[in-house]
Ligand binder design. Structure first.
Ligand SMILES: Nc1ncnc2c1ncn2[C@@H]1O[C@H](COP(=O)(O)OP(=O)(O)OP(=O)(O)O)[C@@H](O)[C@H]1O
Length: 305
């Protein structure tokens, strides 16, 4: 089920096009990562998504409601942390949520307990926020954003400033929200490895344009598998493998054979080397990380901004 839909969204400031015809959908139950180098347009897009900035052309639909023509209903379905959530440090977590609940229509006291449990803070709600770790404060911010039962949770750089334990905390709770609560979650980041661990699908934005949208699994493993082979003599091994197997590409880098292809018959390849008097020291499968893939995609489309 599509919860968020961007249709040819553009944003101009003065004569400068900051967002150029951006289209993508986010589904219920998935974590969608919005990834791009600094200045690519992530914050601008998120600000339009949550109604903090006007859309120049195109439209955004949230749970079927247009942000442009049906703002109130669209925005009622959005929970967001765009800037750092403002919490009262000398008040308890519970009192902070109660304070926000009073300002939000239709939020019951039971809902406060529910959201506290959703972010795993149920046992710490009576303590003052100043005793919370940064990760816990961020979770309290998420709890606040969930009070009015939104269909989508939007977080701009949610792990900024957190230590590795805090990052893991946020990641686990966001995954739980998507899987258990069937929420759509949109997170932006320029941290590639973080996105790789957190998201189901990633959209890469560059210079205000979406250059690629893919499932993380497909992105990391695009069908080609690579192996590094340490064999001696390396020149002889290269000659034996080059052109020997269809669809297999062989290179030599730093005295290692780099073999890549959609289906590589490793035993056959090793046998050919051994039978021809090459000694094999190591055969290692290498996975292309999202980082390498990201650099490959962004450099194919004209380099990083
Ligand atoms: N009010 C503005 N006036 C002019 N240009 C702007 C304005 N706001 C943003 N920009 C420009 O739009 C581009 C996109 O900015 P944006 O903040 O959306 O990028 P970002 O992907 O969130 O980057 P970062 O990770 O650095 O926050 C940048 O080149 C920025 O300089």
């Amino acid at each position: 089920m599509i919860v968020v839909s961007l249709n040819n969204v553009s944003k101009k400031i003065g004569s400068k096009t900051i967002i150029d015809n951006l289209s993508f959908d986010v589904h219920a139950g998935e974590i969608f990562g919005f990834l791009g180098p600094n200045g690519a347009g992530k914050t601008t897009t998120i600000r339009m998504l949550v109604g903090l900035m006007k859309i120049t052309s195109g439209d955004i639909f949230i749970d079927g409601h247009s942000v442009k023509s049906n703002y109130e209903e669209a925005i009622a379905k959005v929970g967001a942390i765009v800037e750092n959530p403002e919490m009262y440090k000398f008040m308890s977590g519970y009192d902070n949520l109660k304070h926000y609940a009073r300002m939000t229509k239709g939020v019951t006291m039971e809902r406060i307990d529910e959201v506290a449990e959703l972010v795993g803070l149920q046992n710490r709600m009576k303590e003052k926020v100043k005793t919370y770790s940064l990760g816990m404060r961020q979770r309290l911010g998420i709890a606040q954003a969930l009070l009015h039962r939104p269909k989508v949770l939007i977080l701009d750089e949610p792990t900024n400033g957190l230590d590795p334990a805090g990052i893991r905390e946020i990641r686990d709770y966001l995954k739980r929200l998507a899987r258990v609560e069937d929420m759509a979650v949109v997170v932006s980041s320029h941290l590639l490895s973080e996105m790789e661990m957190m998201c189901d699908r990633i959209g890469i934005i560059q210079n205000g344009r979406m250059v690629d949208v893919q499932l993380v699994n497909d992105m990391v493993n695009d069908g080609n598998i690579s192996y590094l082979i340490s064999a001696k003599p390396v020149d002889q091994a290269f000659n034996l493998l080059q052109n020997a197997f269809e669809g297999v590409e062989v290179k030599v880098t730093k005295q290692l054979l780099h073999v890549e292809g959609a289906s590589i018959d490793v035993p056959k390849l090793v046998k050919r080397l051994v039978e021809n008097n090459c000694d094999i020291y190591e055969v290692k499968q290498i996975n292309q990380s999202l980082e390498e893939k990201f650099l490959e995609i962004t450099s194919e489309k004209g380099g990083i901004a």
